[in-house]
Design a binder for this molecule. Structure first.
Ligand code: NIG
Ligand code: FE
Length: 417
């Protein structure tokens, strides 16, 4: 059994966000006898993951203060014996849609019986979300955040996009902002019912952006057949950028298209899905050298029975890859980063090391964060103690609840019994 403390559900410390308090513990804490410590800092340990064995990690003032071998650990006020268990950075889920009501289990069941996924299902969630009170929306959001935290996710990005009116989009972001700084204005998810895409883009780039920009860090659009074309996506991202929002983009989910190259051209922080890539897309992402991260969403491909994105091809070309859940009621209703990581290893050609990096440091890169996704001195002490000797077990033992304990901002927020 795992328990989460009551502040997790509200995120009231703000510690899932970029500027939130890091919390403070009662003095310094050393976690000792860590079987495998993944720091994601190559200067601290072996390989790209900066792995240390028989390691210790010192936390002070909500931050990582020291990492090294147990025998050299400095004196601290208290200590926790990891007894050979692995410690990894908390997962950074850089792509979710958690502001919604209703579910679409029927649509999922129909898909598993052979019906294809289409963007049209989004309208069912829009209808349910518009009916929901603010308290109901916040309640569903916090329940999902708590669920994610219990599975090791300590930083979450989330989007609007199920309101599609000025008032509904703005209130979704207002609610989200209470719980994370990583909020994304996705008014351009699909055109609002009863409007043409052209009319709707006028609204998104005008009054809706005015109402939403104060509550958002990012601007996103769904650039796909059935949603918005490249000219419309460009107009939305440019309008957002003019208001200080940083672009990211949904592209190449349902088929190849111009979205990936558009995202790279506009300097988007990430382009997400990347299920159908041309050689030119892969080249563009490789040339972007991490400025635009390719965020892969294997839960979506699982749940829509689509072909999986080819992570191997992207990694071999030199692109930076992140993994995220895409948690939403239509195409990927999972909050589990371990599940996505296991899928990426089995189905996308990633090694366990590459998948762990993509789910932690990769997600941080997609959010342009250096303080999370790593366990180097100065980073926020967001970490997961696994009931396993190494992170490889996350894919080796798929579906097994290996998350034993979670610390966020140096504080224990989930504890295994
Ligand atoms: O990222 N692709 C667009 N948006 C979501 C799906 C939304 C839905 O089906 O409700 C996604 O997969
Ligand atoms: Fe999405």
């Amino acid at each position: 059994m795992t328990s989460t403390d009551s502040t997790d559900s509200t995120g009231s410390t703000g510690s899932t966000g970029s500027t939130g308090s890091t919390g403070s513990s009662a003095g310094s804490l050393a976690i000792t006898r860590i079987g495998t410590l993944v720091t994601n800092d190559p200067s601290l340990g072996a390989g790209p993951l900066g792995v240390l064995t028989d390691a210790a990690l010192v936390i002070d003032g909500g931050r990582v203060a020291w990492a090294g071998t147990t025998s050299k650990a400095p004196a601290t006020d208290s200590h926790l014996d990891a007894a050979g268990r692995a410690v990894i950075p908390g997962f950074v889920d850089s792509h979710t849609h958690l502001l919604f009501d209703g579910d679409r289990a029927g649509e999922f069941a129909a898909r598993m019986a052979g019906r294809p996924y289409t963007a049209g299902g989004i309208y069912a969630t829009v209808a349910a979300t518009r009916q929901a009170s603010d308290a109901r929306l916040a309640g569903r959001l916090t329940a999902l955040l708590r669920e994610a935290l219990a599975q090791g996710t300590t930083t979450v990005e989330t989007k609007s996009g199920y309101g599609l009116t000025v008032a509904d989009e703005a209130r979704a972001l207002r609610v989200a902002r209470q719980h994370t700084e990583e909020t994304t204005f996705l008014g351009a998810h699909v055109p609002a019912p009863g409007t043409t895409p052209e009319e709707y883009v006028e609204t998104v780039t005008g009054p809706m952006l005015d109402a939403c920009a104060p509550h958002a860090r990012w601007i996103d659009a769904f650039c796909e057949r059935g949603a918005f074309g490249p000219g419309q996506a460009r107009a939305v991202l440019a309008a957002g950028a003019a208001r200080g929002l940083v672009p990211r983009l949904h592209a190449s989910q349902l088929g190849p298209g111009p979205g990936v190259r558009l995202a790279v051209e506009l300097g988007a922080a990430s382009v997400d899905h990347c299920t159908y890539l041309t050689d030119e897309d892969v080249d563009a992402l490789a040339q972007a050298r991490g400025r635009t991260v390719a965020t892969l969403l294997p839960g979506c491909e699982f749940s829509t029975r689509s072909p999986y994105a080819d992570a191997r091809r992207l990694l071999d070309a030199g692109a930076t890859v992140a993994l995220a859940t895409d948690c939403n009621p239509g195409s990927s209703f999972t909050s589990s980063m371990p599940f996505c990581l296991a899928l990426a290893v089995r189905e996308m050609g990633m090694t366990p090391d590459e998948a762990l990096w993509a789910a932690t440091a990769g997600g941080a890169a997609a959010l342009r964060r250096r303080d999370v996704g790593r366990l180097a001195p100065g980073c926020r002490a967001d970490l997961v103690l696994l009931d396993a000797p190494s992170h490889v077990h996350l894919a080796y033992r798929p579906g097994v609840p290996l998350v034993r304990q979670v610390f966020r901002g140096g504080l224990p927020v989930v504890s295994g019994a």
